[in-house]
Each structure stands twice: as structure tokens, then as C-alpha cells.
Design a protein around this ligand. Structure first.
Ligand code: ADP
Length: 398
């Protein structure tokens, strides 16, 4: 197979990669370089059921990580099978709603969009630059995490703010996790054997970051994450929606600096902030089962806010084909799923407890009773979408 796509998802100190067959979605190798830019930098590569770990040499950066990956590909006769690279890029603004072949202009745009995603776009660009050094003969494609949500109507993406803030500064809802919502909605359409563009779904991507999306006739019409990934439901360490007045109160009355406010809302809130234990849903569930009241409170808030978001998005539909759970929590926590469904009886959701318990660790299937509006657990596969869209763009099938 000479058409594999190397999928790169670059963070400021990490680089996630997969070599994917874009037709079958098969993951040939996958892995992660971590602790980049520190002496502890290392790379883990999963290949043929084995996991190998290598320390990375100085200067411990993204370039070194890519070089280590390429050496591995060469040693295993896989480098020649790579036909192109697909990069996950977090923010595409209003400009990019489609997969885009990367050139100098596009790189400049990604850089300019950094003001909307200061933590993510610069890191994505670092990955693109590092990959270009090594794969200078191969096309590179950007797949934007905001792209799927560009179909939202104005009533969903505008804030009730002075209009010039949108017109002149692009302050609006963009939404994220687009690739994941797109993938699971397409898979759900396959389950009910209906063309995607005739399907109405609400999807809940629940991982460390969480977002809910209303998908009408196959297109995103509203989503819970906003200008930044702080809006919407409560998450692992992010607060989600709070009264914006809380910010002024923290600054004016409690003497917080803006940096402290930012840190509190993004890194110290959510499941971690309420449970005072951890941002890891598994650990909180264990504690709650052991009688820890604060842990139970965190899970109660978390699930109520998600149910409330799902219910609010139902106003986009006159009929709903189903609800989809995905992401680490959505794919594995039958406890959270049951709590959410139990608060959605008005939308005719009834949990099938046995089915719900069975959907864990990569299983896909329905978790509601026959009479219920259907709800499925569908493991996400963003890498496959990135590989497939890269392949299609280069083969002009888009
Ligand atoms: P990210 O957003 O970083 O990609 P993931 O989608 O991997 O995150 O989701 C991570 C979350 O999934 C963590 O809160 C983790 O505790 C939760 N999770 C993973 N497995 C389970 C499980 N078996 N039960 C409950 N929660 C789980």
C-alpha cells in the first residue's frame, strides 16, 4: 500500500501521530512524543501490537520527534508507503471550512489565527514546519477542528455582544472537536441506514474537553464550545459556562489577576475544581462509589450540565434520529451516560441498563430500549477522518 497518510496532531510539548490507511481506516502505527522541550522527552510507538519507548536526544524538540519517527518508518520499510501528511489544526477561523493544501500563505493564515487559539495554532504550525523538513517532497494538508461547525447559522454563532466585535475582530462561536462530531454522525447514519444529509443527531464528545453538537441534515447547526474551548458544558479542568460577572467579581472583590482568572477557569475548575480530587473521571467515579460526597457532587453537576445542553439543542429539531456519546468518558462511563439519559425523559430517552453496561473499551452500539429515542456509543476516530480527507483532497474526490 503506497497511499498511507501520516496524521500529525501537534501540541506545545507533545506530538501525536498515526500512519493510517485512508480507505480502510487501519492504523498501521501510532504513537506519541511527550515532554518535548525538556530533557525527559521521549517517544512511544505502537506497531504490530507492541509498544516501544525511546528517549529523544537534544534539542528535545518537535523536529527531533519527527526525525525519530522517520527513522522508525525507514527501519520498518514504511517510509515509502507514506503518500502525504494530514495535520490537525485547531483553529481555521471563518476562512477554512474545508481540508486545505498547506503552502506558505496557508501557514501565514494559521499563524494569524493564533490570536484566536494562542495555545494551539502555534503548536500545530510547529508540527507542520518540523514535518516539512523531513517530508519536503510530500504534500501536507491541514484539517481544521473548527471546519465542521462553519455551517452554523448566525443565530447560533453570534454572541449578544456589540456587533462590531464580530465584524471587526471575529468574536463569535467557532466550536471545536469538529472532526470527531463529523465522524460519529457519519457512523450513526450508517447504523440507521440513512444518508447522512437526511439525519438529525445530537452528539456528545466527552473527554478531557467536552462538547455537544446539534447536527441537522448532516450539518452542524450549533455546538457548545465557543470562541475558545472554555464555553459550554463543564469539563475535566475547564468550568464551561459561568456568569461572566464571576470574572469581575474575582478581579474586583477577590484581587485575582487576569492570569489567575484564566488559570482558574481553564485549569482548576470542572471535575477537578468541584471534586477537589482529580480531573480524571475514572478516579472520581471510584471515589464517589466509595462514598466521597464531593466526588458525587462533581459527577452530578457534570451530567446535569450535559443533559441541559442536549435538551437546549433539541430546539433545532422537529424530529431527532438519535443521540451519540463519544470521547473517553462518552465511550467508557456507563455511569455518566445513565445519569445523563435519566434527565432526558422528556426527549423520550430510556436507558437499557444491560446495553449501556456493555458499551465500554471500544465497543459500539445502542444503549437505549426499543421504545426510546435511540442513543449510541460510537468510538471516535479523528485520525481516520484526517487521513481520508487528506487522501480525497489530493485525489480530487472532495
Ligand atoms: P482527551 O480529551 O484528552 O482526548 P479522552 O477522550 O481520552 O481525553 O478522555 C479522557 C477522559 O476519559 C478522562 O476523564 C478519563 O477518566 C475518562 N475515561 C477513560 N476511561 C474511562 C472509564 N473506563 N470510565 C470512566 N471514565 C473514563
Amino acid at each position: 500500500m503506497q497511499n498511507n497518510i501520516l496524521v500529525i496532531n501537534c501540541g506545545s510539548s507533545s506530538l501525536k501521530f498515526s500512519l493510517v490507511n485512508p480507505i480502510s481506516g487501519q492504523n498501521i502505527i501510532s504513537g506519541l512524543a511527550e515532554c518535548l522541550l525538556s530533557v525527559d522527552a521521549f517517544i512511544t510507538i505502537k506497531h504490530q501490537g507492541e509498544k516501544k519507548k525511546f528517549n529523544l536526544p537534544t534539542p528535545y524538540d518537535h523536529q527531533v520527534a519527527i526525525s525519530a519517527l522517520v527513522n522508525y518508518l525507514i527501519e520498518n520499510n514504511l517510509k515509502e508507503s507514506v503518500s502525504a501528511l494530514g495535520h490537525r489544526v485547531v483553529h481555521g477561523g471563518e476562512k477554512y471550512s474545508q481540508p486545505t493544501l498547506i503552502n506558505e500563505d496557508i501557514k501565514q493564515s494559521i499563524e494569524q489565527l493564533s490570536k484566536l487559539a494562542p495555545l494551539h495554532n502555534p503548536a500545530n504550525l510547529q508540527g507542520i514546519n518540523a514535518a516539512e523538513q523531513v517530508f519536503n517532497d510530500l504534500p501536507q494538508v491541514a484539517i481544521f477542528d473548527t471546519a465542521f461547525h462553519q455551517s452554523m447559522p448566525k443565530r447560533s454563532y453570534l454572541y449578544g455582544l456589540p456587533y462590531h466585535l464580530y465584524k471587526e475582530h471575529g468574536i463569535r462561536k467557532y466550536g471545536f472537536h469538529g472532526t470527531s462530531h463529523y465522524f460519529v454522525s457519519r457512523e450513526a447514519a450508517k447504523i440507521i441506514n440513512k444518508p447522512s444529509k437526511e439525519c438529525n443527531f445530537i452528539s456528545a464528545h466527552l473527554g478531557n474537553g467536552c462538547s455537544i453538537t446539534a447536527i441537522k441534515n448532516g450539518k452542524s447547526v450549533d455546538t457548545s464550545l465557543g470562541l475558545t474551548p472554555l464555553e459550554g458544558v463543564m469539563m475535566g479542568t475547564r468550568s464551561g459556562d459561568v456568569d461572566p460577572g464571576v470574572i469581575f467579581h474575582l478581579v474586583d472583590q477577590l484581587g485575582y489577576t487576569l492570569e489567575e482568572v484564566n488559570n482558574t477557569l481553564n485549569k482548576k475548575s470542572g471535575l477537578l475544581g468541584v471534586s477537589q480530587l482529580s480531573n480524571d473521571c475514572r478516579a472520581i467515579e471510584e471515589a464517589a462509589q466509595g462514598g466521597n460526597k464531593q466526588a458525587l457532587l462533581a459527577l452530578t453537576l457534570f451530567s446535569y450540565r450535559i443533559a441541559k445542553s442536549i435538551a437546549s439543542f433539541s430546539c433545532n429539531f422537529t424530529s431527532l434520529d438519535g443521540l451519540i456519546f463519544t470521547g473517553g468518558i462518552g465511550e467508557n462511563s456507563n455511569f455518566i451516560r445513565a445519569l445523563i439519559l435519566s434527565q432526558l425523559s422528556l426527549l423520550n430517552f430510556t436507558e437499557d441498563s444491560k446495553g449501556n453496561k456493555a458499551m465500554r473499551f471500544g465497543n459500539q452500539g445502542c444503549i437505549t430500549t426499543k421504545d426510546s429515542t435511540p442513543c449510541w456509543v460510537i468510538p471516535t476516530n479523528e485520525e481516520w477522518v484526517i487521513a481520508e480527507q487528506t487522501f480525497k483532497l489530493l485525489n480530487k474526490e472532495n
